[in-house]
Design a binder for this molecule. Structure first.
Ligand code: HPA
Ligand code: ZN
Length: 319
C-alpha cells in the first residue's frame, strides 16, 4: 500500500504521456514533428526550464476539445491513485490554450468532466489552480482572470508559472490583488531558477500562502528562518529539479537539509510525464537516493495534507 498523500504541485498539461499525445493528435488531425512515441521520448533531454517549456507548449497542440482535457485529467488521476494520491491540487495554464483558440470554457469544463467524478472514480478529491504565465504581460494575466469569472465555482486559486528569471512576482501585483478580492487562494512558483528575493516578493507582494519549488531559499538563512517561523509550505519537486538541472544529481538535492532546517516541505511531481515519475515515484526516489527515513516520508505525507487547501473535515477524510 503506497503512503496516502496529497499532490500539491502538478501541471495537468505536464501529465501528457507520449502515447496519449499521439492518440489525441490522430483524433484531432494534428501532425506532431516526431515519428513515434520513441522519437518523442528522445526529446526529453532538458538543459534548463526553458528547454522543457518549449516542448511542453509544443505538445499542447493536441489538446483541442473538452473530451481531450477530460481524457488527460482522467489518465493522470488513474496513475496518481495507483501511487497513493488521495487529494490533488491541479494547475492548468489557460493562456497557453487561449492563444491557440481553445476557450476557457473548453478547458475548465473538460477538466471538470474528470475532476467532478474523481472521488467516485479514483478516490481522489481535487481542486483546480489557474496559473498565469509569467513570461506573458500583466495585462494578459488580468484578461485571463476576467475570462475565468464564469468558472470561479470550479477554481480554488491562482498560481504563477513558466519562465521565471526576469519575470519577478511584483509584475503580477494587480492580478493577485484582484484574485484575492474574488476569494481565490494564492500560490506562485518562486526560487526554482529565480533568486531568493523572488520568494520574499511572492510572500510580501502577492500574498501567497504556499511557495512552489522555493529551493533557492537555502541561499538566504534569514529567509529560511522566516519560512520556518511562518510555516510557509514549499512544494518541492525532486525529479523535476534533476531533469531541469536545478540540481546536479538527486544525491545533491537539498531536501534533507531543508527538512533539517525545519522547513515545511512537501514532495510533488510537477510534470510527471516529462520528468520520469508521479508522486509516489518522487517519494521512492528521495527514500532510496537521499536516504530519507520512513519517519521523514510520513512527515512529508502529513505535510502534504496540512499544506493543502482542504478544509479540516475534508482533510481528515482524505488522510
Ligand atoms: N516551472 C515553471 N513553469 C512550469 C513548470 C515548472 O516546473 N512546469 C510547467 N510550467
Ligand atoms: Zn511547476
Amino acid at each position: 500500500m503506497p503512503l496516502p498523500k496529497a499532490e500539491l504541485h502538478l501541471h495537468v498539461e505536464g501529465t501528457l504521456e507520449p502515447e496519449l499525445a499521439f492518440e489525441l493528435a490522430a483524433r484531432n488531425g494534428v501532425t506532431l514533428p516526431y515519428a513515434d512515441t520513441e522519437e518523442l521520448r528522445k526529446a526529453y533531454e532538458f538543459e534548463d526550464l526553458q528547454s522543457f517549456l518549449n516542448l511542453y507548449y509544443e505538445l499542447m497542440a493536441v489538446l483541442r476539445t473538452e473530451q481531450d482535457f477530460a481524457d488527460l485529467a482522467n489518465a493522470y488521476l488513474a496513475r496518481a491513485a495507483a501511487q497513493g494520491v488521495r487529494h490533488a491540487e491541479i494547475f492548468f495554464d489557460p493562456q497557453a490554450h487561449l492563444a491557440r483558440g481553445v476557450s476557457m470554457g473548453t478547458v475548465v469544463e473538460g477538466l471538470w468532466r474528470a475532476l467532478g467524478s474523481s472521488e467516485e472514480n479514483h478516490g481522489i478529491s481535487t481542486k483546480l489552480i489557474m496559473c498565469f504565465l509569467r513570461d506573458e504581460s500583466a495585462e494578459s494575466a488580468l484578461e485571463t482572470l476576467r475570462a475565468a469569472t464564469p468558472y470561479l465555482d470550479r477554481i480554488t486559486g491562482v498560481g504563477l508559472d513558466s519562465a521565471e528569471v526576469g519575470h519577478p512576482p511584483v509584475k503580477f501585483r494587480e492580478v493577485y490583488e484582484a484574485a484575492a478580492a474574488l476569494g481565490l487562494r494564492r500560490v506562485a512558483h518562486a526560487g526554482e531558477e529565480g533568486p531568493p528575493e523572488y520568494i520574499t516578493e511572492a510572500l510580501d507582494v502577492l500574498g501567497v500562502e504556499r511557495v512552489d519549488h522555493g529551493l533557492r531559499c537555502m541561499e538566504d538563512p534569514a529567509l529560511v528562518e522566516r519560512l520556518v517561523r511562518e510555516r510557509i509550505p514549499l512544494t518541492v519537486c525532486p525529479l523535476s529539479n534533476v531533469r531541469l538541472r536545478t540540481v546536479d544529481t538527486l544525491a545533491d538535492h537539498p531536501l534533507p537539509a531543508m527538512l533539517d532546517a525545519g522547513l515545511m516541505c512537501t514532495v510533488n511531481s510537477d510534470d510527471p510525464a516529462y520528468f520520469g515519475g508521479y508522486a509516489g515515484d518522487n517519494f521512492t526516489a528521495v527514500h532510496r537516493t537521499l536516504g530519507l527515513s520512513e519517519d521523514r516520508l510520513r512527515e512529508l505525507a502529513r505535510n502534504s495534507f496540512l499544506a493543502s487547501f482542504l478544509e479540516d473535515d475534508e482533510e481528515r477524510r482524505a488522510r
